[in-house]
Design a protein around this ligand. Sequence first.
Ligand code: SAM
Length: 260
Amino acid sequence: MEKIVAKKSLGQNFLKDENVLQKIANTFEVSSHDLIVEIGPGKGALTKYLVQKSCDLICYEIDERMKDILDSFQSERVQIIFDDFLKRDLAADIKKNYTHIYVIANIPYYITTPIIEHLLTSSLLISGMTLLVQKEVAMRFSALPRTREYGYFTVLLQHFFEIEKIFDVSPSSFSPPPKVMSSVVRFIRKKEIISLDIFSFSSFLKKAFAFKRKTLKNNLKDYDWESISFVLEKNHFSLNVRAEEIPYEVFVEIFKKLNN
Ligand code: SAM
């Protein structure tokens, strides 16, 4: 078989450390009524462990050069889709009803945020995710208010998940090695998720954090300041507060007040 040269433009850093691969594959206990979604299976390093699970598996790979390798995994329980994951309608691809849907993947770093946004805004109910991402990005996922890493995406993720970094992975575990450290992060769906329109909440948060140095009042000029200031005062925040100081719960309260 012809040697597949890694394409930088597709974020191709293939994991070669079998110990790390097995640990990632085993982060969730699955049953036969569950589904695992893998994004970017590449040469199947992680896929070969995921197909051993008792559940169904659906994989999305953009690079057709992997076809010969990945097609060998296809079965009644395993579906491989060769396409750009970001363009897929997940609900249409996943035809059966599952008890739990888990995402387990070593994703291409250049589209980490779009991949997670695509998952969150699909109508799928995702019970958990284990993702191998750039360490710096992993820190953003579970950052606390008043830290440099805290931002729009931190708050959006907190709406759905309890987030925990499980372990770091060094560049030498990959071929070719990436320039950065990586981390495996586990997301577990919260038992109770506050019901709100996720598209408007996400766009509200993006605006709140749009200019980091500006106050919330300046960033949210298009929103009713009276409602916002009512919630801020109730929670003992100064009216000159910046978005990075505000915890998830207060953002939800402001958003709800605005949509009352
Ligand atoms: N899972 C493999 C492993 O651990 O060795 C490969 C991981 S590599 C970091 C990321 C993979 O995602 C590559 O195989 C790449 O071709 C694929 N990929 C990149 N962009 C994609 C996209 N938009 N949709 C689906 N797959 C994509």
